[in-house]
Design a protein around this ligand. Structure first.
Ligand SMILES: [Fe+2]
Length: 327
């Protein structure tokens, strides 16, 4: 049986997906995209890095852009509920023979740096420097008027193994795609900690790699507006898929690529998932409405391209099944 019961007593308490560190080749070009076009708020910057947040975020940053020779992902950040949870997390990862260290990370308190079974780099922390809320400073709303980070979506070579790993850590399944075989195989999973459709999702593919991060906007109108802005300010080819409405999650979306090809999703209008007896929704891999409720298949690039994690080797996917792809 590929789908498990949720674990309500995980070994430590993860609150939510919190931030991602992107390696980018040209900080000025990345700033033009993320700040001048998308409207994210710079919290700090220096010659090596630019720290960004959305208008409602009190945490110092949800995106770090760090100067890098090659485009890559340095860390996926998750906030824990307490310092004690940080110690419990270190004990759990050590017991599972996974690497643990406590590097100094700017603007954060004690940070556990570790990795999952496929080498995906994970940073866990409790404290981050806090910033002024800009939620009601409406003059600060620019570009896509991004409110906050919502989720992290990754390719994994083995969806069942990634699902099993993060289920044990308390991530709860909300929706999943599986094959129609007599013995169905998981092809993608959406899992949450914070009470909406997901903090973390996995799709079958060459991995591990980051597929995209989802950034929350208050309405679909913000997403339509940024389409007009991008189309008329030199970023029309950065728009990869959408706008549209997903079948899975019901969210309104637009997928865009930054100047280093890292993929960002602008995302809104999913739903509440806090009920402990919430039944996950099953989708068939052959159902075109799971990708887009309106029926359009996603482009090939969407299924094949992603961002590598720094220094982490890739593995071919365990599952050969392929979804419907646009020509
Ligand atoms: Fe997403």
């Amino acid at each position: 049986m590929p789908v498990r019961k949720p674990n309500f007593e995980p070994p430590f308490n993860i609150v939510r997906a919190s931030h991602v560190e992107f390696g980018v080749r040209d900080l000025a070009r990345a700033r033009a995209f993320y700040v001048d076009c998308l409207g994210l708020i710079p919290s700090d910057d220096d010659n090596e890095a630019l720290y960004l947040r959305g208008v409602e975020e009190r945490n110092h940053h949800s995106i770090v852009l760090r100067r890098s020779r090659v485009p890559e992902i340095r860390a996926l950040g998750f906030k824990l509920a307490s310092e004690e949870d940080l110690d419990r997390a270190a004990t759990w990862f050590t017991r599972h023979n996974l690497p643990t260290s406590f590097p100094d990370v700017p603007f954060q308190g004690r940070t556990l740096r570790t990795a999952d079974v496929f080498g995906m780099p994970l940073d866990f922390y409790y404290r981050m420097d806090q910033s002024e809320s800009l939620l009601q400073k409406y003059a600060a709303y620019k570009g896509a008027r991004i409110q906050r980070i919502d989720h992290i979506n990754c390719f994994t070579p083995d969806v069942q193994a990634s699902y099993d790993f993060y289920s044990e850590l308390g991530f709860r399944l909300t929706e999943y795609t599986e094959t129609d075989d007599r013995d169905p195989q998981l092809w993608a999973v959406w899992m949450h900690r914070k009470g909406n459709v997901h903090d973390l999702a996995f799709t079958n593919g060459n991995g591990p790699r980051l597929h995209h991060i989802g950034l929350w906007t208050a309405s679909a109108l913000d997403i339509l507006h940024i389409c007009d802005v991008m189309a008329t300010s030199g970023y029309v080819t950065n728009m990869e898929r959408g706008p549209g409405r997903h079948g899975i999650s019901n969210a309104f979306f637009l997928y865009i690529r930054d100047p280093d090809s890292h993929r960002i999703e602008l995302f809104t209008s999913d739903y509440l998932t806090v009920d402990p007896d919430l039944q996950p929704i099953r989708w068939s891999l052959r159902d075109p409405q799971r990708q887009t409720l309106w029926g359009q298949p996603a482009p090939k690039s969407w299924f094949e391209e992603g961002s590598a994690f720094a220094g982490v080797p890739l593995a071919e996917p365990a599952l050969a099944a392929q979804p419907i792809v646009a020509r």
